[in-house]
Structure formats: C-alpha cells, structure tokens
Design a protein around this ligand. Structure first.
Ligand SMILES: Cc1cc2nc3c(=O)[nH]c(=O)nc-3n(C[C@H](O)[C@H](O)[C@H](O)COP(=O)(O)O)c2cc1C
Length: 197
C-alpha cells in the first residue's frame, strides 16, 4: 500500500505537470505571419504549420515592391534610412484571439524588412508569445531578431530560428525543395522541441 502511494506521488510530481503543459500548449491559438518574396520563408512557415498547426498569413503590401532585384534593394535601403513603413494590404481579423504569433521574414539589408516592421507597428502583440524565424542568403539574420524584441516590448519573445535560403542577387531564388527541404524540416523540428512547441 505504502509503495502504491509512493508511486502515485511520483507520478503526480513528474508526469502530470508534463501532461498539463503539453495540453495547454496544444490548446493555444497559433498565428503564423510571414513575408516572403521568393517563397523560402513561406516554405519554413508551412513546415512550422505542419508541425504545430495554426493559421498561416502572408503579408502583402498595398503597393508591391519592384520585381527587379537592384530596384528593390535600392528602395529598401531608402525605406530603412527614412523609417518608412509601407502600408499593408493584408488585414488580420481578431488578432487578440491568438496566444502565440510566429513572425517570419527574410533578411533584407541585414535587417528586418520594412513590411514586417509595418506589421509589428500596426498590431499589438502585448501579452502574447512571439516566435521569430528567418531565411537569408548566408549572412544571417542581422538585426532582425533584436528588432522583434524592440517592437514587441510586452511580449514573451522566444528563441528565433534562422536558415540559409536563396541568393536572389546571384539568381538563386527558391531552394527549399528536395534534400534542402528535408534538412530544413529536421532543423525546424529540433528548434520547435527546444522552445517547447
Ligand atoms: C531586397 C533584398 C535584400 C536582401 N538583403 C540580404 C542581406 O542583407 N543579407 C542576406 O543574407 N540576404 C539578403 N537577401 C536575400 C534573402 O534574405 C534570401 O534570399 C531569403 O532566403 C529570401 O527569402 P524569401 O524567399 O522568403 O523571399 C536580400 C534579398 C532581398 C530581396
């Protein structure tokens, strides 16, 4: 009898909190907002959704960027210098209903792209868990994750995920397919486990 009570106590201490944690995570409402020009960040967003569920939303601008790479680079540099926030065409209904918001963006000009800055300025994510992710041409996320923390001062910002994507400058556009996609999925899953998602 004593042994049975002892075992029940152990189960109560170690197993039940684990279960209730898992349950509370799975009952959270998840939003995955991303910006993607050549679909690499979109592919990561889709892998995240496949693994944790939630609603996927792509950010679109009222006035789209130029197709030409040199032109978009010049425009983004100018927007970053002046602090211009391009108006979004995308509207998100009832953002207050979400508990967890993943925010995904490519590195542009070694920063967070202006449209994602527009999103984080426009929508109040206070009290929510915010989880950033990124693709880049091999130079890393730059200041992007720091900017997430600055623009979400009242959110719980978790460790971000960053991976090499395309290199549009060299004509390398969408790369998240075949082996690259499988490798990316492995890394995303490892990161999601690390952050208890
Ligand atoms: C305007 C612009 C600026 C970029 N600047 C950088 C940069 O500073 N560093 C970097 O590593 N990649 C840079 N890139 C490359 C993208 O981050 C990379 O190709 C990314 O995977 C694209 O994501 P997407 O396919 O979701 O659009 C830039 C791309 C564009 C279009």
């Amino acid at each position: 009898m004593k042994i049975a009570i002892f075992l029940l106590a152990i189960i109560g201490i170690y197993i039940v909190p684990g279960c209730s944690n898992a349950q509370s995570m799975s009952s959270k409402k998840i939003l995955i907002v991303y910006l993607s020009r050549t679909n690499n960040t979109k592919a990561i967003a889709e892998i995240i959704q496949k693994n944790v569920g939630g609603k996927l939303v792509a950010l679109e601008l009222q006035k789209p960027y130029p197709e030409n790479y040199q032109q978009i680079v010049a425009q983004v540099v100018k927007e970053n210098e002046t602090g211009f926030l391009p108006p979004l065409k995308t509207k998100i209904d009832s953002i207050e209903n979400y508990d967890v918001v993943f925010v995904g963006f490519p590195t542009w000009d070694m920063q967070m792209p202006p449209p994602m800055k527009s999103f984080l300025h426009q929508y109040n994510l206070s009290g929510k868990t915010v989880i950033p992710f990124n693709t880049n041409a091999g130079y890393g996320v730059g200041s992007g994750f720091e900017t997430v923390k600055e623009l979400c001062p009242n959110s719980k910002v978790l460790k971000g995920f960053s991976i090499k994507g395309g290199i549009e400058r060299d004509g390398v556009l969408f790369v998240m397919k075949g082996e690259m996609e499988k490798e990316a999925e492995k890394e995303v899953k490892k990161w999601l486990r690390e952050i208890n998602m």
